[in-house]
Design a protein around this ligand. Sequence first.
Ligand SMILES: [Zn+2]
Length: 290
Amino acid sequence: MTAFLAQTEQVSPRVIRILGCNPGAFTLQGTNSYVVGTGDKRVLIDTGDKEKPEYIANLKKVLKESGATIQEILTTHWHHDHTGGIADIFRELQLPDDVKISKFPRNPVREETIVGGEGRLKYNYLNDGDIIKTEGATLKAMHTPGHSDDHMVLFLVEENAVFTGDCILGEGTAVFEDLLTYMQSLQKLVDSAPDILYPGHGPFVSDAVAKIQMYIDHRNTREEQIMDVLAKNGKPMESMDIVKILYAEVGEHLHRGAEVNVRNHLTKLEKENKIYKINSDMILKWKTRH
Ligand SMILES: [Zn+2]
């Protein structure tokens, strides 16, 4: 079931959600961008994609109605559907160049350019635990890599809520680059026991801990299934052999995508020393460690 989201919506006394107007297969109804605070200067979390005039118009309208301007921009991670709108916002809202644009650094650290920023716009880099304050809201940054190496979530202290970026989505399950760090990030999130999640895509979540636990359980179940297949088979297997068994019920056209997922699990299990890889003829094979 897909919940219908309005283009702009006041979701709490201090949070307004604005849809990025960039719907797609990977963005659900589009990226959520959040205006946070109650004063005449507010924090903007994530900026949608570039060249989305409808989004910029909605952002302008929300700020005008609130009698507010932007104090600072925070981006949960580098992906274009979260950072693409930055330069458009600076231009269209005539923000001074010294308005901060903050995020976590990439890992390994590397130079990052802001698309359309012509070198004038630069990122300000945050550390774990940094506090960003605005009237009516206190945000605490937490590094949660896994979906991307630079991913952060932001705790909204006043509501015991979390802006989860792409770590947790409002619907379905998220994709990740590195499963081991992703699982560690999910555990950090669940340990912080939030009440509400404001995700990067999809509707807000009110049973926050249950939702995060569901993500953890989903991945653990998959992992147990993979270990099971490897143990039962007893011989080294390629990732696609595992997919053909675990995803026998789904169409073969989905097997390539499933293989990416299975490989992520295998890499995690290998890092944890639970399985090992045999590299022969450029084919990666995994066998359980006894
Ligand atoms: Zn992303």
